[in-house]
Design a protein around this ligand. Structure first.
Ligand SMILES: [Zn+2]
Length: 72
């Protein structure tokens, strides 16, 4: 599967990474942050991804860029 949404345009390698300044899907080749809305995900999967990013905010401390030791 080749998806024409990133800079290098020939990758089929992607990684997921929670990031609050960008969408959570990244190209493994050019490290381009992919627009989740252009990505051919099902609505359900897209929603789950966005929820996952929101969830990760509960255990990532953005100020120190580290995991919170004490979280609920
Ligand atoms: Zn790329």
């Amino acid at each position: 599967m080749v998806i024409d949404v990133c800079k290098c345009k020939f990758t089929n390698l992607f990684k997921l990474e929670a990031d609050f300044s960008a969408d959570p899907i990244w190209c493994n080749v050019c490290a381009w942050s992919l627009d989740i809305e252009e990505f051919p995900l099902s609505d359900k999967l897209q929603k789950e991804l966005l929820e996952w990013v929101a969830e990760s905010g509960k255990w990532i401390d953005l100020e120190t860029d580290s995991l919170k030791e004490d979280y609920n």
